[in-house]
Design a protein around this ligand. Sequence first.
Ligand SMILES: [Zn+2]
Length: 190
Amino acid sequence: MSAGFPDFRLGTVLATSFTGTLSERHGNAVERIPVPHRLVDWLTVNGLAVDSCTTAQLDLARELRESIHAAATAAANQDALPASAVEVINECSVQGRAAAVLTPEGTRRWRLGSGSCVEDALGVIAADAIDVISGERDGKLALCASPTCQAAFFDTSQSRTRRWCDMNTCGNRQKKARFTANQRKKPSSA
Ligand SMILES: [Zn+2]
């Protein structure tokens, strides 16, 4: 099903996992939801399964994604939030008709409206973004230290000193780059 498409980066925060479906925004950008059915796959993995997705709905999803990215970046930099991004996030949040339901096991599940409910799923993501950007949730918005990434991520570590959006990709790459640079320096400094 996912053959030929870039893998998803899975995080624990819905809103920033969603913005992570476009990575390396300042380098060679990787679009991880290039076609509607990949958005369906992503939503399924994140507990927001929908029946189907149209090209127009994918466009709307990407508009929301970039709006969350813009607003989260501004918030991380303590800049004023871009008005157009706030508008898109709010519009998606208001449009969604998803309901939180409690399972017998005591966990939360999202029940989306009937039919193809990409808009309902986007409503859940928009609400999650509002939680994170408004400071309602415990954690701190920060920007990835990788120059080609600079993704906004939500730092929930105790010390609030996380530097990378993802340790397995950006963090490792940075470490390798530093290691290589150190190896190169050695002969001349010896
Ligand atoms: Zn990163």
